[in-house]
Design a protein around this ligand. Sequence first.
Ligand SMILES: Cc1cc2nc3c(=O)[nH]c(=O)nc-3n(C[C@H](O)[C@H](O)[C@H](O)COP(=O)(O)O)c2cc1C
Length: 200
Amino acid sequence: MSKRANFAHPILDVIADRWSPYGYDPRPVPTTDLKSLFEAARWSASAFNEQPWRYLVATCDDEKNFSALLSCLVDANQGWAQHASALVMTVASLNYDLNGEPNGTALHDIGLAAATLTTEATSRGLMVHQMAGILPDQARELFGIPVGFEAVTALAIGFAADPTTLPDELRETDTAPRQRRPLAETVFTGAWGQAADLVR
Ligand SMILES: Cc1cc2nc3c(=O)[nH]c(=O)nc-3n(C[C@H](O)[C@H](O)[C@H](O)COP(=O)(O)O)c2cc1C
């Protein structure tokens, strides 16, 4: 199904067509697509080209790893994300390889790489639902995430379900209109809160 953004100014299709589904079709994601998603993330920009991103991945056919990764999500996310075709935990390297100092933009770069991965996914008809609701300590313990690295978010990847096949609650969420704050409340000039003319 489509939940195309109701944009005020023209944007790329891959941006307009991205959204975060709760209902997933049981179809597995082709391995070739998954490879390309990580390859896209690999070519994301990062401060000093540190590439602070690492990923833990599990596909639904790999029951042991999939259920381990699923157990690193908060209960509310486990409820729907269990139906995704693949789960990914994003993990940040917190310090620069360069000099061991804290990398103040590691989280920014993790988010940027997630956006790049997601854009590649959208171009392939795949959906990515990002999650902050994770259990980083559980992920550290189960997967041996070393000191200096921290789980940041999880990604549920797959094909969006036909909403008519979903239980009421999920169908309502997945068919609800998408909302955004207007640009005039977001892009300022001159002083905080003063909408830039170009977005008025
Ligand atoms: C960093 C991040 C964390 C998020 N965490 C969760 C989460 O834990 N659970 C959830 O259901 N959705 C989560 N979301 C999805 C957002 O709720 C969703 O992106 C937002 O409502 C906008 O909807 P859209 O992505 O369909 O445009 C998260 C999104 C991002 C980018």
